[in-house]
Design a protein around this ligand. Structure first.
Ligand code: CA2
Length: 147
């Protein structure tokens, strides 16, 4: 059975490519998801991509991921990264590895972005490599799941 990975994007990431290209690049979320799906096929894993602006949807999806047959999760939680202990708790209880992804490097930005609520619950974080952060995170997670 193929390894299934769930790729989640949080609030405002549906607007990528439309604003702030100097920080987040000019690719849209659809571009990123297409490239990530192509990479997943090359890596021999199945990928499902979802986005929500609502914290509760992200929590529901992570909470159900293992029962839904996913072996791991990639998540860019957007600004919930810095506020959501609810996401932290659900990642802790997910039962499968979760990797945090960021396009920018939050540690090099405003001080309110320096804390990640989700990082302590994740197996790792990839940040600061532009949209390539997603590909690096997928490669790392797929390697971990195949090991
Ligand atoms: O660097 C990242 O990936 C972030 O998760 C992006 C979040 C930000 O709050 C985090 O600190 C770091 C924000 C995403 C908002 O993206 C927009 C893109 C275009 C237009 C408006 C927002």
């Amino acid at each position: 059975m193929a390894i299934k990975i769930l790729a989640l994007n949080g609030p405002n990431l549906d607007r990528l490519g439309k604003r702030e290209p100097s920080v987040y690049g000019s690719q849209t979320l659809a571009d990123i998801e297409r490239q990530l799906s192509e990479l997943a096929a090359r890596l021999g894993v199945e990928l499902e991509c979802r986005q929500s602006n609502h914290e509760g949807f992200l929590i529901d999806w992570i909470g159900a991921a293992q029962d839904d047959g996913f072996a791991g999760v990639l998540i860019n939680p957007g600004a919930y990264t810095h506020t959501s202990w609810a996401l932290h708790d659900c990642i802790k209880g997910a039962g499968i590895p979760v990797v945090e992804v960021h396009i920018s490097n939050p540690a090099a930005r405003e001080s309110f972005r320096h804390q990640s609520c989700v990082a302590p619950a994740c197996i790792g974080t990839v940040a600061g490599f532009g949209v390539q952060s997603y590909a690096l995170a997928l490669q790392a997670l797929a390697t971990r799941l195949k090991a």
